[in-house]
Design a protein around this ligand. Structure first.
Ligand code: CA
Length: 335
């Protein structure tokens, strides 16, 4: 750990988190640069508070090229009424705002990947400063945390809501209850490739009830995936007792990523030929995809094989693939 106290965050909110009613404002982060000497990054946020009750912290745009979360949260921010809330809802539709404006996964300012930047630093890069503000100011206010993700430009997912297997089983059960309430077509017991530096991990280590999503991908949203996001966030707020009304029940199929064999990576680059589509059943040893060497005709393609039985849950989205890219992710149906 650090051997000196952390300085205060340079971010100042233009809202009062303890005030009653609806407030639309910004997290203002000073950012001095060529086109604005005393300029700032203005991260939009909305706070809706009505009396005593739990606080939900809702975020999209953790990665800037994932759109279901921002769509659902810009919509919620303009429509949520204080009289329908018990407690508090903090809405940040585009957490890594510079990345969101650029339509890229990472920040256009410092290339920072928000979900690898926690706990952040008040004297670090712009991305680290935003992470630090969430770590030390916003997460401590929250009881439940919903962070929207999708596949972005390079992955495409079956639409699912997810939580992690946790050492604290009571905390884990509360998270899976909210995943169930979200009501995505698929619900996931999620395994991370590398959990270090993630917002998820920061929230969970603070004891918060944390859920996330993967709702599509390819760098866009569909009417269907945006609708899943909008219904899901309302359902989560209702299940938590924060939003008036009954949870809109929806059928879901539970999936599990049991171990690292669920991931298949490309060992060479080239032209990707998918042999399975999302949602299809795959058996151990099945060829998930072929990779054709792009340099010549007549060469045999590299085969990417499944290392377990499962449902194809995610796939590489662009038509060309590079060595090390995640080609596919499998998950098993639970129960
Ligand atoms: Ca993501």
């Amino acid at each position: 750990m650090l051997d000196r106290p952390l300085r205060p965050s340079p971010i100042s909110p233009t809202v009062d988190f303890s005030a009653e009613g609806v407030q639309h404002g910004f997290l203002r982060l000073p950012y001095s640069r060529d086109d604005s000497a005393w300029g700032s990054v203005m991260i939009p946020l909305t706070v809706v508070k009505n009396g005593e009750g739990p606080t939900a912290l809702l975020t999209g745009g953790n990665h800037g090229d994932e759109y279901e979360g921002p769509i659902a949260l810009f919509d919620l921010a303009r429509t949520l009424k204080a009289e329908d809330v018990t407690g508090r809802v903090i809405i940040v539709p585009a957490m890594n705002y510079p990345a969101f404006l650029a339509g890229t996964r990472t920040s256009s300012i410092d290339k920072g990947n928000m979900n690898r930047s926690f706990p952040g630093a008040p004297d670090g890069t712009v991305t680290q400063k935003i992470a630090d503000y969430f770590q030390r100011e916003l997460l401590p206010l929250a009881d439940i945390v919903l962070d929207f993700h999708s596949g972005g430009r390079t992955l495409d997912f079956l639409p699912f809501c997810a939580a992690h297997i946790l050492p604290d089983k009571a905390q884990e059960a509360k998270a899976f209850d909210l995943v169930s309430a979200f009501g995505a077509p698929w619900s996931m017991k999620m395994l991370e490739i590398d959990a270090v530096g993630m917002y998820d991990t920061a929230a969970e280590e603070m004891g918060k009830v944390f859920i996330t999503t993967e709702l599509g991908g390819g760098g866009t949203a569909t009417a269907k995936s945006a609708g899943i996001a909008k219904r899901g966030v309302a359902n989560v707020l209702k299940a938590a007792g924060i939003l008036k009304g009954a949870v809109e029940a929806a059928a879901t199929t539970w999936l599990d990523m049991p171990d690292g064999n669920c991931f298949s990576f490309a060992e060479d680059g080239g032209l990707l030929e998918p042999l399975f589509d999302l949602g299809e059943k795959v058996g151990t040893g099945d060829v998930l995809a072929r990779i054709y060497p792009a340099g010549r005709t007549g060469a045999e393609p590299l085969e990417v094989k499944a290392r377990m039985d499962g449902i194809l849950t995610a796939r590489h989205f662009p038509g060309l693939v590079k060595p090390g890219d995640c080609v596919g992710v499998l998950a098993t149906v639970v129960g």
